[in-house]
Write a protein that binds this ligand. Structure first.
Ligand code: NDP
Ligand code: MG
Length: 386
């Protein structure tokens, strides 16, 4: 049994953040919360800080600093605000592990800084690897830092790869529920509203990733994430539709054997796997019986309905800043769609426009990614007339 592990939790008020705290609550002898970071939900952040006795909290949006400070007046918790403060706690010597559950590009610099200061990383923020997977994984190897995926597909693949030799791996097979609009015909997609796209059939998640799941941008991002996380050639990463979301992903080996990881569609499992690795949680969060799932089916992705998946492979082929452009344009378009400022098909339209017009850097630094992200966002706004 290891000693107590000090955790900085970035994005504590979100879907992954709250479930991470459920795990921390179950293992008080294993984990202690050092810092909690949120963006806008300051009341929830203050309650969490009290419950877990956080040494410091950061609110990303500085407009909420005064309220948060006042709410924690009678505690010894240090209250900070703004993105510099997020970066500060990400690299602080006071923690051993950073759980990055921020959403979007905002997660990149904190991950890079946590690696630089040699911390173990439990990574939910897939955008970190989508944007800069090459650079991030190189830095992690250089520093000897472990990056443990929280994304359920990558957690499944990691579990399937345990004890196996790399040369024996033929393909990674990522499963995909098909998202909220999977039963809709392609012609009907133009009229999809945020409310329709937010109704995910299996997983309860934050708004942005739920929309990304419906467009399959999320699956495209997961292919990119897997490419870097497992150092796997893109053509050896396959995606299959699996509507039941029971098989979380698979690995196919050279002898034809396929290993899969199965379980309920509950993010507590991959979160606890990342936090407790190489141990496992002593009990599941919820009971699961395979007998309740007599039918598991698998089928091919309809690429005409879901062009975003092919675009993600294209980004891997073009390399450099291309996936960063896809990510930046997608963030702007999803926010616009959620705010009823553009149509559903404009999301992929904005991505396409940004990719066709953005400048290209073949071997980007973090500063190049920042510039590329800004350019992609401007291009998306131009396309969407925002
Ligand atoms: P949520 O939207 O539920 O939560 C996001 C968190 O990040 C919140 O705490 C939010 O703060 C904070 N945040 C948002 N924007 C910023 C910003 N600009 N700066 C600092 N903090 C910010 O997202 P999820 O929990 O669903 O997703 C988090 C990450 O995990 C994403 O990258 C997603 O792709 C990935 N993921 C999520 C899964 C899920 O089941 N939810 C599954 C697999 C991966 P506040 O709410 O206070 O404004
Ligand atoms: Mg996933």
């Amino acid at each position: 049994m290891k000693g107590i592990e000090r955790i900085t939790l970035l994005g504590s008020t979100g879907s992954i953040g709250v479930q991470t705290l459920d795990i921390v609550r179950r293992y008080p002898e294993r984990f202690r919360i050092t810092s909690l970071v949120a963006h806008s939900r300051w009341q929830q952040l203050a309650e969490q800080a009290r419950e877990f006795g956080a040494e410091s909290v950061v609110i990303g949006d500085i407009r909420y600093y005064d309220e948060l400070k006042e709410a924690l007046r009678d505690t010894s918790t240090e209250v900070l605000a703004g993105s510099d403060a997020i970066n500060h706690v990400a690299k602080s010597y006071r923690s051993d592990t950073v759980v990055n559950a921020l959403v979007g590009y905002a997660g990149l610099h904190p991950t890079a800084l946590a690696i630089e200061s040699g911390k173990r990383i439990a990574l939910a923020n897939k955008e970190t690897l989508v944007v800069a997977g090459d650079l991030i994984m190189k830095e992690a190897r250089r520093k000897g830092v472990d990056i443990l995926p929280i994304d359920s597909e990558h957690s499944a693949i990691m579990q399937c790869l345990e004890g196996e030799r790399r040369e024996a791996v033929r393909n990674l097979i990522i499963t995909c529920s098909g998202g909220a609009l999977r039963d809709m015909a392609r012609e009907e997609l133009a009229n999809v509203t945020p409310e329709m796209a937010l109704r995910h059939p299996q997983w309860s998640m934050g708004a942005k990733i739920t929309i990304d799941s419906s467009t399959l941008v999320n699956k495209g991002f997961e292919v990119i994430e897997a490419r870097w996380l497992f150092d796997m050639a893109p053509e050896r990463i396959k995606v299959v539709i699996h509507p039941q979301s029971i098989v979380h992903s698979m690995v196919e080996f050279t002898d034809g054997a396929i290993k899969a990881q199965l379980g309920s569609a509950d993010m507590h499992t991959p979160i606890s796997y990342a936090l407790l690795y190489p141990e496992r949680a002593t009990e599941p969060q919820e009971d699961f019986s395979i007998l309740d799932h007599p039918t598991l089916s698998f089928s091919e992705v309809d690429h005409a309905k879901y062009p975003a998946l092919g675009i993600a492979y294209e980004c891997l082929e073009r390399g450099g800043t291309t996936a960063c452009v896809m990510n930046g344009a997608n963030e702007v378009a999803v926010a616009a769609f959620l705010g009823h400022k553009c149509g559903y098909l404009d999301i992929v339209g904005a991505i396409r426009y940004a990719l066709d017009n953005a400048s290209f850097v073949a071997h980007p630094t973090l500063a190049d990614y920042d510039a590329s992200n800004i350019e992609a966002r401007e291009l998306a706004r131009r396309y969407l007339k925002l």
